[in-house]
Design a protein around this ligand. Structure first.
Ligand SMILES: NC(=O)c1ccc[n+]([C@@H]2O[C@H](COP(=O)([O-])OP(=O)(O)OC[C@H]3O[C@@H](n4cnc5c(N)ncnc54)[C@H](O)[C@@H]3O)[C@@H](O)[C@H]2O)c1
Length: 373
């Protein structure tokens, strides 16, 4: 079994999730690669200190150049604010390391194109993060479409909804400001999650009409004052894809202000012969439709069957840490040439396409018209 040593740049919310995934790597069964977290870089000492409890971590640093100089490290995961993506991703590639990049893969389209070009030139293995498609329900929905059960596709709906921003007293952070999150706002935050499955099915939009909303324009700054919030809160992208010569409507919804939704990822695909629906709101439920005499949506109670087998009992329910682990398993399996036809992480090309969609959405909203992509 080959061994991969991983370093993290950005030990915040997502950096810790990676530590959690790699810390229980042994749950994967008959998996070809052993993975170990060995180094963490974060500007904040408090964030770095949290990683001291992980016995395999031997390097903690505030300077990412120290981490990249380590010949021990094979793969680097970077999870930092979006304005730092481009320079850090390029530094990782220059250092000759493979990269699992957090979304949105650069703060804007230019940054994404620069990173993708550098990835190609470097020859390094580069993928972008999007974990929800690795849930059993999402995988089944994807397979349903690939098996040709839809007939003529009628419409596609892909969503990712949050609600914590409904609270106007929630303090500002870097995700609420254009300078650190990007002009694309919520599309950069949540959009990659909505495009992964449709793009992988070959459904790449050719025209988009966008409705973007900014609801709260300022938030508490934690110092007794108020700070501006200038990013988009909600985005609805009404687009078209071409499937077998027909134009099919596809709707991508990304919302920070979605009443009742803590972290809801969903996909719904309807066709003349069949349909499929899955939402993390009901994490073990898959809804399928097959045309017949009566109109029947069938509910399947799913078990714990991700693309990569684990020791977890087949009847148990999956959650966020599970799909995140499966995404890492897909990343390292593909890197080792052992994906074997399974679903893979977002490619640099798909990440650039997502930015093309989001850039067109910004233009569409500004000009109040549909934009060709
Ligand atoms: N895949 C997902 O589900 C998911 C969820 C949340 C966030 N994200 C993405 O992950 C990335 C990080 O988001 P987060 O929520 O973890 O943010 P966070 O604010 O919790 O953590 C970011 C960390 O990066 C550190 N940092 C900033 N600049 C740095 C630098 N130059 N060198 C080293 N450390 C630096 C900060 O000190 C902070 O600890 C973003 O790209 C975000 O879009 C992905």
């Amino acid at each position: 079994m080959s061994k991969v040593k991983v370093g993290i740049i950005g030990g915040g919310l997502m950096g810790r999730e990676v530590a959690s995934a790699l810390g229980r790597w042994f749950v994967l069964e008959n998996y070809p690669v052993q993975a170990e977290l060995v180094a963490v870089c974060d500007l904040s000492e408090k964030q770095r200190e949290w990683f001291r409890q992980i016995p395999t971590v031997s390097l903690l640093t505030a300077d990412h150049r120290d981490l990249l100089a380590s010949s021990e490290i094979d793969v680097v995961y970077v999870a930092v604010p979006h304005n730092a993506h481009e320079s850090l991703y390029l530094d990782v590639l220059r250092a000759g390391k493979d990269l699992l990049a957090e979304k949105p893969f650069g703060i804007d389209l230019n940054a994404a194109r620069t990173i993708a070009a550098a990835a190609k030139t470097s020859g390094r293995f580069v993928r972008c993060s999007s974990e929800f498609p690795f849930l059993p329900g999402a995988q089944r929905a994807y397979q349903f479409c690939r098996e040709g059960k839809l007939g003529k596709v009628l419409e596609i709906h892909s969503c990712f909804h949050h609600s914590s921003d409904l609270d106007p007293t929630k303090p500002v952070n870097w995700k609420r400001q254009v300078k650190t999150c990007g002009e694309i706002g919520v599309m950069g935050d949540l959009g990659m999650h909505t495009i992964h499955v449709p793009f992988r099915l070959g459904w790449k939009p050719k025209r988009v009409y966008a409705q973007l909303q900014k609801i709260y324009h300022e938030r508490p700054d934690s110092k007794g004052g108020m700070a501006p919030c200038d990013t988009w809160d909600n985005a609805m992208l009404h687009a078209e894809v071409e499937i077998e010569g027909a134009e099919v409507p596809i709707r991508f919804e990304m919302k920070r202000l979605a009443p009742g939704e803590t972290n809801t990822w969903c996909i719904e695909i309807l066709g003349t012969d069949g349909g499929v629906k899955y939402s993390t709101k009901e994490p073990k439920t898959l809804w399928t439709f097959q045309r017949g005499k009566e109109q029947i949506w069938q509910r399947t109670d799913l078990g714990f069957h991700g693309p990569f087998p684990t020791i977890t009992g087949g009847i148990f329910e999956p959650g966020f840490p599970d799909c995140f682990l499966q995404m890492w398993a897909a990343f390292l399996a593909e890197r080792a040439g052992k994906l074997d036809g399974r679903f893979g992480c977002v490619t640099p090309e798909e990440a650039v396409w997502s930015h093309e969609l989001f850039a067109a959405a910004l233009m569409s909203h500004a000009e109040k018209k549909a934009i060709m992509i």
